[in-house]
Design a protein around this ligand. Structure first.
Ligand code: PMP
Length: 400
């Protein structure tokens, strides 16, 4: 029998030329253990998915209870399934009243697809505005609003009538007009390398959308569920979108996405054509139960109140001659080094030392820190120390 590593390269389709190649055995809390018994501290949480760490009892119990009741029963929106109805209500309870209609899908990309269809259907317009270095997923529609030509060129033609603006440039907001159906934006740009909006920028964007009748979509796939300290990033910036897109942590570690709007806007997908959006697995009951278990735990714990302090700890610790900039807040950080060569060297060496990091799609010179929100101060300090020791090694040529 081939080793699993051989099977991985032989049978699993690859699009990365340099996968991380940790052969996972089990995971608990902030630690992932490989088949050789090596323990890694997880400083990325599966790219902001495992916000309560691995195998959290609140999630495991919720999954177990749902397993005992039922799995998939019917395509989305036909049967009444408690896991979906209660989770949709609980999410809405955390949102302003105009965001009270939840359409569950399977992933962040799919939620983006739904949101893009919804703005067109509601406004009767075609044009979508997006931002340079935005990442919204890899399916055709989501790829169309990706703000990076390198990843798109070979896959054209994509959706036409997409206009790109530079993030944080308020003077460009005039390009949003009464031809614009919707504007899709990450309130904190993730794959661009954790770029926060400048003072009042999102408010100006909201105002421009109101002036022109364009719907505002916030993609909080990466920032949702406490990543930057508030349950949702838009609460920190005090700007309410017309449509909120969620994914990643939404499913508590299982696949789930959602686009959320008002009943008035969402209702347009029930007419001309009826069934304006369809999904077989969207809102899978197991994923909804897991997400609901995680949300109930977040509500009953003090974890969100600690996220910003933990971010301060990262800022204090991440001080090293190789570091050019530490950018982020809460538990969402990009650590900029000189160039991509050095960030890859540091990331790979960190992995060898037992700390998991990853890079950003559109910022080669940075590596990522976005651990589970449940990480303790001590664990966080350990993770940061391992990064610092790795950078020492790279700086002093102890790693080629
Ligand atoms: N939007 C944002 C902001 C994301 O970060 C991602 C995934 N990294 C997506 C959408 C796509 O989500 P998925 O990979 O679940 O399709």
């Amino acid at each position: 029998m081939d080793t699993h590593k051989q099977l991985f390269f032989r049978y699993l389709a690859q699009t990365s030329s340099s996968p991380l190649i940790i052969e996972a055995d089990h995971a608990e809390g902030v630690y992932i253990t490989d088949i050789h018994g090596k323990k890694y501290i997880d400083m990325v949480a599966g790219i902001s998915v495992s916000h309560l760490g691995h195998k959290h009892p609140a999630i495991m119990n919720a999954i177990q209870k749902q397993l005992d009741r039922h799995l998939h029963l019917m395509v989305y929106g036909e049967f009444i399934q408690e896991a979906q109805t209660v989770y949709a209500m609980e999410i809405s309870r955390h949102l302003p009243e105009q965001l009270d209609s939840v359409y569950f899908v399977n992933s962040g990309s799919e939620a983006v697809e739904g949101a893009l269809k919804l703005v067109k259907r509601f406004t009767g317009r075609f044009e979508i505005v997006s931002f340079r270095n935005a990442y919204h997923g890899s399916t055709a529609g989501a790829l169309s609003v990706m703000g990076n030509e390198h990843f798109k060129r070979p896959f054209r033609p994509l959706i036409p009538d997409i206009r790109f603006l530079d993030f944080n440039q308020p003077e460009q907001l005039e390009q949003i007009t009464n031809k614009t159906a919707g504007v899709i934006v990450e309130p904190v740009q993730g794959e661009a390398g954790v770029i926060f909006p400048q003072d009042k920028y999102l408010k100006k964007l909201r105002t421009r959308c109101d002036e022109t009748g364009a719907l505002l979509i916030f993609d909080e796939v990466q920032t949702g569920f406490g990543r930057i300290g508030d349950m949702f990033a838009f609460q920190q910036f005090d700007v309410i979108p017309d449509i909120l897109v969620l994914g990643k942590a939404l499913g508590g570690g299982l696949p789930l996405g959602a686009f959320i709007s008002s009943g008035r806007i969402m209702k347009t997908l029930t007419q001309d054509p009826e069934l304006g959006h369809i999904t077989t697995f969207g809102g899978n009951p197991l994923s909804c139960a897991a997400g609901l278990g995680a949300l109930k735990f977040l509500d009953s714990s003090r974890i969100l109140n600690t996220v910003r302090e933990k971010g301060n700890l990262i800022r204090e610790k991440m001080n090293h001659p190789l570091i050019r900039e530490v950018r982020g807040d809460g538990l969402f950080f990009a650590i900029d080094l000189d160039d991509s060569g050095i960030s890859h060297k540091v990331g790979t060496a960190a992995l060898n030392r037992g700390v998991i990091t990853d890079w950003f799609l559109f910022r080669d010179q940075a590596f990522r820190i976005s651990p589970p929100l449940t990480i303790t101060d001590k664990e966080l300090a350990t993770g940061c120390d391992l990064f610092l020791e790795t950078m020492d090694d790279v700086q002093h040529g102890r790693i080629s």
